[in-house]
Design a protein around this ligand. Structure first.
Ligand SMILES: Cc1ncc(C[n+]2csc(CCOP(=O)(O)OP(=O)(O)O)c2C)c(N)n1
Ligand code: SF4
Ligand SMILES: [Mg+2]
Length: 293
């Protein structure tokens, strides 16, 4: 990885897609070759996202993809939409700012379980209750992949392979669904990287939902959690239409084994979008940072 980091920035040569409204998945992928480990679930998340964007048919300059830090947070570099590879745990804070400043954009945040539920857990709670109209792709591999395999908030208490927790973390994992429902989320779906077509459908549903939509993706880390290859056999579809009331959604959580995929909850709640009067220009703000010498 270090060699790649030291390499000169690649020149983006990809021509813009035709403007006739017909996009393909390839139009939303960049020319940069992902450096994820072979077999990493994140490849399929990229494919599902590109497929979803092609289906939605929004020109790539009208979409912003914001991430934090982690293997999963490399996602923006591999797409052709506007991207911001931000600071660890701050994807949602950054995405909120982008959406409030540019409500015309389709704003998507993406990142890992460590990024979104550990250092960024506070932002996750407040994004759920604030209900800004954006979509969060939470790529969960139950480990800190990028920093070589430490336990994350979603790691099972008895996982003993992490060097920092040789006897296992020993505490109950965070359940993103329960956390999101308790914090007031208005849309929650779970997908599996190994089912990119279903995942693309869930991402489209999340983007078209008016409000904050969480797409919780089971995305295996084949390097530090090779046993997650068995997730393919464990996932199963949710039965029934999305719950529209909290009690039904909570009951679904109670019956959930963590491998159910589909839309758990979608309720109508007004998205947060303060009325803004643009009395100041960007240049007025820039003047405040001028240093006279
Ligand atoms: C402020 C700060 N603290 C810690 C780190 C080190 N760090 C980088 S990525 C990461 C965790 C990544 O885990 P996750 O978000 O689950 O992403 P994954 O690599 O598993 O996709 C950590 C702790 C950092 N970059 N910045
Ligand atoms: S370390 Fe894990 S999460 Fe990171 S690229 Fe490799 S397989 Fe994917
Ligand atoms: Mg992770």
């Amino acid at each position: 990885m270090s060699e790649t980091l030291l390499a000169p920035a690649p020149v983006l040569t990809k021509p813009p897609p035709p403007r006739d409204g017909a996009f393909t998945m390839q139009d939303f992928k960049s020319d940069i070759k992902p450096i994820w480990c072979p077999g990493c679930g994140d490849y399929s998340v990229l494919t599902a996202l590109a497929k979803a964007l092609a289906e939605l048919g929004r020109p790539r300059e009208q979409v912003a993809l914001i991430s934090g830090i982690g293997c999963s947070s490399r996602l923006p570099a591999y797409t052709s939409v506007y991207g911001f590879h931000g600071v660890h745990g701050r994807a949602l804070a950054l995405a909120t700012g982008v959406k409030l400043a540019r409500p015309d954009l389709t704003v998507i945040a993406a990142g890992g379980d460590g990024d979104g539920l550990s250092i960024g857990g506070n932002h996750f709670l407040h994004a759920c209750r604030r209900n800004v109209d954006m979509t969060y792709i939470l790529m969960d591999n139950q480990v800190y992949g990028m920093t070589k395999g430490q336990a994350s908030p979603t790691t099972a208490p008895d996982w003993c392979e992490g060097k920092l927790t040789p006897e296992g973390p020993g505490i109950a994992p965070v359940a993103p669904l329960r956390l999101a429902l308790a914090a007031g989320v208005s849309f929650f779906a779970r997908g599996f990287a190994g089912n990119p077509n279903e995942l693309a459908r869930l991402i489209v549903a999340g983007i078209t939902h008016p409000g904050f939509a969480v797409i919780h993706v089971l995305s295996p880390c084949v390097t530090f959690r090779p046993e997650q290859r068995a997730w393919k056999q464990a996932v199963h579809p949710l039965e029934g239409a999305p719950a529209t009331d909290l009690a039904t959604a909570m009951a679904r959580f109670a019956a959930d084994d963590g491998f159910t995929t589909g839309i758990f909850y979608a309720c109508a709640a007004p998205p947060f979008m303060p009325e803004r009067k643009r009395t100041k220009q960007a240049s007025d703000f820039a003047k405040r940072f001028l240093v006279e010498i």
